[in-house]
Design a protein around this ligand. Structure first.
Ligand code: GLT
Ligand code: MN
Ligand code: MN
Length: 389
């Protein structure tokens, strides 16, 4: 029998080099796992059945590498891709680790740093294009403040716009087949980051010179850090035709950016996220931007990576069960009541519809007189997720 929990290429499961390559370093402790080369990480991802691998420029080529070293790394990486069949669907720039970016990159107060950030991003875009990346992510790692007096927030927005417009033109001029995906985060590592949520990004995109080539990369943990409903953020991105990429992981509300294995904490939210993506035919990467607990060696890293993909596929199967569960669907049908008498007022405004609507006598008593049965619906959903339906 076919194993439906076995990842397949069409699932588009991807991991960043920085995810499975995370060595467990945190603000309180040193590396726990030894560092692996990019090529070795590709082999690890091949072993667990991932479709693709994504990277920051410096995950692949350290900032201080000589041209000869860079060539050798690229050669080994390309060989690993060819050996495993892994693809590189997405690439991005590290604009946050180096001390030069301590006060941001595109929003820095120092013109030379803003220009350097542009130069570094153009080179990183070239590297991404060379490896076949079609989506380019922008996460404003340090684009924010602790000291509000230091920057005018409107200036920060304008600087970001100028940078993205410049880089859009660059991609077009090079003839790259590439779109941008903007990733929001409310805080961490800065006290406050600009563009804190996916909704902020969506509004900002419409102010760019080439909005058609810019979408979003929402991350489960980031929206949850802000106490927001991630499923609703992704729904808005889908509705706008802007879900170009997604960062899946997990996170408890009110905590630091935990980046846990997908499905580790929020069973129900993860289910409704998978339902949203699958019901709406999302075709992009399902990228796991997460890492293994610091307690794990590389066997644990593989458990982590396999767990992310397996959880997604199990939830996908549950979605199918939910969508065909007669009792659940019956309850949904019952509550989604139509009003045939006013059907002709649906849709766009006309004077006739306005008049029909204004004149209609609603039966307020009848409309107030029944329960919604959501207690039952929710319990059935839980029971389905617990595996007893
Ligand atoms: C970093 C961050 C992520 C971003 C990555 C892309 S890097 O790990 O925490 O959310 O998606 O820059
Ligand atoms: Mn992310
Ligand atoms: Mn994160």
């Amino acid at each position: 029998m076919e194993n439906i929990y076995q990842p397949k290429p069409e699932d588009r499961f991807t991991f960043g080099l920085w995810t499975v390559g995370n060595t467990g370093k945190d603000p309180f402790g040193d590396d726990f796992r030894e560092k692996k080369s990019p090529a070795d990480l590709v082999y690890l991802l091949g072993e667990v059945g991932a479709y693709g691998v994504n990277f920051h420029d410096n995950d692949l080529i350290p900032m201080e590498a000589t041209p000869a070293e860079a060539e050798a790394i690229k050669k080994a990486f390309k060989k690993a891709l060819a050996d495993t069949g892994l693809k590189v669907p997405m690439a991005t720039t590290n604009l946050f680790a180096s001390p030069i970016f301590r006060d941001g990159a595109f929003t820095s107060n120092i013109a030379a740093i803003r220009k350097f950030a542009l130069q570094k991003t153009m080179q990183a875009i070239d590297l991404g294009a060379e490896m076949g990346a079609k989506v380019y992510v922008f996460w404003g790692g340090r684009e924010g403040v602790e000291v509000e007096a230091s920057k005018n927030p409107i200036t920060a927005i304008e600087r970001t716009r100028e940078a993205l417009n410049f880089l859009s033109e660059y991609v077009k001029a090079q003839g790259y087949d590439m779109v941008f995906a903007l990733e929001a985060k409310p805080n961490e590592p800065r006290g406050d980051l600009y563009f804190p949520t996916t909704g902020h990004m969506l509004a900002f995109i419409e102010t760019l010179d080439h909005p058609e080539m810019v979408g979003v990369n929402p991350e489960f943990a980031h929206e949850s850090m802000a106490g927001l409903n991630f499923v609703h953020a992704v729904a808005q991105a889908l509705d706008a035709g802007k879900l170009f990429h997604i960062d899946l992981n997990d996170q408890a509300f009110g905590r630091y950016d935990q980046d846990f294995r997908f499905g580790a904490v929020s069973l129900k939210n993860s289910f409704f996220l998978v339902k949203l993506l699958e019901d709406n035919g999302y075709k992009g990467s399902r990228h796991f931007d997460a890492h293994a607990y610091r307690t794990e060696n590389y066997e644990g890293v593989k458990d982590f990576a396999r767990g992310c993909m397996r959880s997604y596929l199990i939830l996908k199967e549950k979605v199918q069960k939910f969508n065909t569960d007669a009792e659940i669907q019956g309850l949904l049908k019952e509550i989604n009541q139509e009003l045939p008498e006013l059907k002709n007022t649906d849709g766009k405004y006309t004077p006739e519809k306005m008049k029909a609507l204004k004149d209609y006598a609603f039966d307020r008593k009848a409309l107030s007189d029944f329960g919604m049965k959501y207690e039952k619906l929710d319990q059935l959903t839980n029971e389905l997720l617990w595996g007893i339906r």
